[in-house]
Design a protein around this ligand. Structure first.
Ligand SMILES: Cc1ncc(COP(=O)(O)O)c(C=O)c1O
Ligand SMILES: *[C@@H]1O[C@H](CO)[C@@H](O)[C@H](O)[C@H]1NC(C)=O
Ligand SMILES: *[C@@H]1O[C@H](CO)[C@@H](O)[C@H](O)[C@H]1NC(C)=O
Length: 521
């Protein structure tokens, strides 16, 4: 057991030691070899750390890493009455809206409730439009029950609603329900497309271009599928935009060791909070065309836009409007019920639209997802509410809009408040949170602190986050979990805590940060 927990710690710490993902292997080797010997001697299991799929051993997922595990421990201690220098742990580590107190959209839950328990159709407190929607969905379910499997890409009328949503969002550019698959959150759709790109064993590995900093689903899945991560640095000085020279540098270097096949873009960005300009998207599309890369655009934050000088442009719309050869480029784009104003992470709703894919590849994709049967039907229902919400004149319209506006306005206010406060601190700078749900400030870590961290085998930003948690009970994610330019240090915090909690968070952070600078002066 001792060794088991040692190893867990070693693994969890992987990305925090040294400069992010790359140095994982060397940093855990000493831990691993101790464990390996012990296991050889002791384990009679078919599956042990020696026989486990090595890709699973190598995966990392920082958003749920060792800092969070420690935060959970501290919460337990506080509950048991252990005295700490703070009354409660405030978590700002994960984009889990409802967990942070956001209320569900009434109409969403009414429709899901009616689908789940149809006798509620007789309940006069449920509005007529929710009932009509639930009836329509149930009519498309096997045996009129959401307990039945659906077609593998999802219920057809929901895919039609999603297609209509996309067309409306993109100013009338048509979308085809047969090029849409519903998924178990966006995660499942992203993994399904990445899987298509894997080269056979023995061939040059598939290279997947991902932003650095990135959302760790990408780095983790690339390792899981034994593909090659091709990181391109986002440009912090220009609101985390994509720098085409940097993309070119990354792809040229990568071609020596792998076969780059796809370019992933996250817009609005996680963890970086930028909303890409149309011009930046156009140049990125041109780059992908020149380099013959399939585009994957992660657009799960498309409703979370706060900066008055920014709007959301989908990659589909931009490449279609660019016309000519660009309009034929292969693109997969992803959306989710987990973010936006609804924040329904637990239902695991999402979709993927694939455009300009070879029809034979689409047939193979269909086949590959049919082995999973289908995404959860309640998640599909949630996706339908996002795609086809109440319209003006419907009984639920006003309440729906009121709730939606309330959530988005609060996020906008908190985005501003957070950035202002972070930028008021010495030795910390933060780009405008133009969209999404996160601030990703850069900290100037004093030389002494860097030395201390390194002598303890920790990344300096990990040490910062760890001390912040111990001293002030604040839970954030160190920048090294997402990747960052070597020699720079960041952390990610969400803007999700309710305003009062967020204020308290920022107050405690301020005191800690100033103390940290003093301590290592
Ligand atoms: C950029 C990005 N993509 C995808 C996801 C996955 O979301 P889900 O699988 O819940 O739809 C997240 C979740 O935080 C995200 O931030
Ligand atoms: C970054 O974005 C903010 C707000 O969206 C804007 O005010 C600022 O000018 C931008 N900075 C650069 C360098 O583009
Ligand atoms: C913090 O900022 C001040 C003023 O810009 C600078 O003089 C100082 O060196 C910085 N501290 C560290 C630790 O970098």
């Amino acid at each position: 057991m001792q060794f088991g927990s040692l190893c867990t710690l070693g693994h969890g710490l992987g990305p925090w030691l040294g400069h992010g993902c790359r140095s994982r292997h060397s940093s855990i080797i000493s831990c691993m070899s101790v464990v390996r010997m012990t296991h050889r001697a002791m384990s009679s299991k078919v599956l042990n750390l020696d026989t486990l799929n090595p890709c699973i051993k190598d995966m990392e997922y920082s958003v749920r890493g060792p800092i969070v595990i420690k935060a959970v421990g501290l919460e337990k201690e506080l509950k048991q009455g252990v005295k700490k220098p703070y009354p409660s742990v405030i978590r700002a580590n994960i984009g889990d809206c409802h967990a942070m107190g956001q209320k569900p959209m009434t109409f969403m839950r009414q429709v899901i409730a009616l689908c789940t328990y149809p006798p509620l159709m007789n309940d006069p407190t449920f509005p007529a439009d929710a009932k009509a929607k639930a009836k329509r969905i149930l009519g498309a379910c096997g045996g009129n029950s959401i307990g039945a499997y659906s077609e593998s890409p999802g219920i057809e009328i929901i895919r039609q609603d999603v297609a209509a949503y996309i067309a409306k969002r993109d100013g009338g550019i048509p979308a085809n329900p047969d090029q849409i698959m519903l998924s178990t959150g966006a995660s499942d759709g992203i993994k399904a497309i990445l899987k298509l790109l894997k080269q056979p064993d023995g061939a040059k590995k598939t290279g997947i271009m991902i932003p650095i900093p990135q959302y760790p689903l990408y780095s983790a899945t690339i390792v899981e599928y034994n593909m090659h991560q091709v990181g391109y640095f986002l440009d912090e000085d220009t609101n985390w935009s994509l720098d085409i020279g940097e993309l070119k540098r990354a792809v040229d270097a990568a071609r020596k060791v792998c076969e780059p096949r796809a370019l992933c873009v996250i817009n609005p960005g996680n963890p970086t909070g930028q909303v890409l300009t149309r011009e930046n998207i156009e140049r990125t599309i041109k780059f992908a065309k020149e380099e013959k890369l399939l585009l994957m655009s992660d657009e799960v934050y498309q409703d979370n836009i706060y900066a008055p000088d920014r709007e959301f442009h989908s990659f589909k719309k931009v490449l279609t409007e660019m016309g000519g050869e660009y309009a034929n480029m292969e693109l997969a784009s992803f959306h989710s019920t987990s973010k936006g104003y609804m924040g329904e992470c637990g239902y695991r709703g999402g979709y993927c639209e694939f455009v300009n894919f070879d029809p034979q590849v689409v047939a193979m994709l269909q086949k590959s997802i049919s082995a999973k049967l289908c995404p959860s039907i309640s998640g599909q229902v949630a996706m339908d509410v996002v795609a086809a919400p109440p319209q003006p004149g419907d009984p639920s319209y006003e309440l729906f809009m009121k709730e939606k506006t309330h959530v988005l306005d609060a996020l906008k206010m908190k985005a501003q408040m957070t950035v202002e406060m972070l930028n008021s601190l010495p030795n910390m700078t933060c780009n405008t949170v133009q969209g999404a749900m996160y601030a990703f400030p850069q900290i100037t870590v004093p030389e002494k602190a860097i030395k201390k961290a390194k002598s303890e085998g920790k990344a300096p930003d990990f040490m910062y986050a760890y001390e912040l948690l111990e001293e002030k009970g604040l839970c954030i994610v160190p920048g090294s979990g997402f990747g960052q330019r070597p020699g720079t240090y960041h952390f990610r915090m969400t803007i999700l805590p309710p305003p009062e909690r967020l204020k308290e968070f920022l107050e405690r952070l301020k005191v800690f940060h100033i103390g940290f600078l003093k301590r290592y002066e």
